[in-house]
Design a protein around this ligand. Structure first.
Ligand SMILES: [Fe+2]
Length: 181
């Protein structure tokens, strides 16, 4: 869980970063930025901020803002009924994103969240700078991370059913609980 205060602070930080990256949004949209802690109550280390620009029954466009040294836990987008699962393209707008997928281990610049070795199994490293993009096939496992300065990126995908995403870390709950402290 996160507190209302944490949510507001992360929304503001994300909104500033997104605008800085050149994306225009209304104040209402800035207030709608999703702040997710994946149920781990450790937002600064494992979490994501996401602004949904398009959400229909077929496609999804989000802007993702990651705070400095924040990690999005390893996950994949499973098939749902006769849909093979979400196909997702990440395109970096600002900052550097350290991306991890299946393949030969080239893990070098990244770090594993303390005590979480078993929850971060993909160790092929792709360092992405502004203008770089990568497409993940449905079901492909991935996790990603930022450093100082954080990062802003687009996520273009087929329909997003975030609540159905699957994670390597058994402690994860996709829907973030916000409490009024
Ligand atoms: Fe994903």
């Amino acid at each position: 869980l996160i507190t209302r205060e944490q949510q507001k602070a992360a929304q503001k930080q994300a909104a500033d970063m997104i605008r800085e990256a050149g994306i225009t949004m209304t104040d209402e949209e800035a207030d709608s930025i999703e702040v997710a802690d994946f149920g781990l109550s450790n937002l600064e280390k494992e979490g994501i901020q996401a602004l949904a620009l398009v959400q229909t029954d077929r496609i999804s466009v989000k802007v993702l803002a990651m705070l400095p040294n924040q990690t999005v836990p390893e996950h994949w987008h499973p098939p749902v009924d006769d849909d093979p699962g979400k196909e997702e393209t990440i395109r970096v707008l600002s900052g550097t994103v350290y991306f991890y997928v299946a393949g030969e281990e080239t893990f070098k610049e990244g770090f594993i969240v303390e005590g979480k070795d078993d929850s971060y199994t993909m160790r092929k490293e792709i360092v992405m700078k502004p203008g770089d993009q990568l497409t993940l096939a449905p079901g492909e496992k991935h996790w990603f991370q930022t450093r100082e300065g954080g990062a802003v990126m687009y996520s273009f995908s087929t329909i997003a059913r975030d609540a159905l995403d699957q994670f390597a870390d058994p402690d994860i709950v996709r829907i973030t609980k916000v409490v009024d402290a």
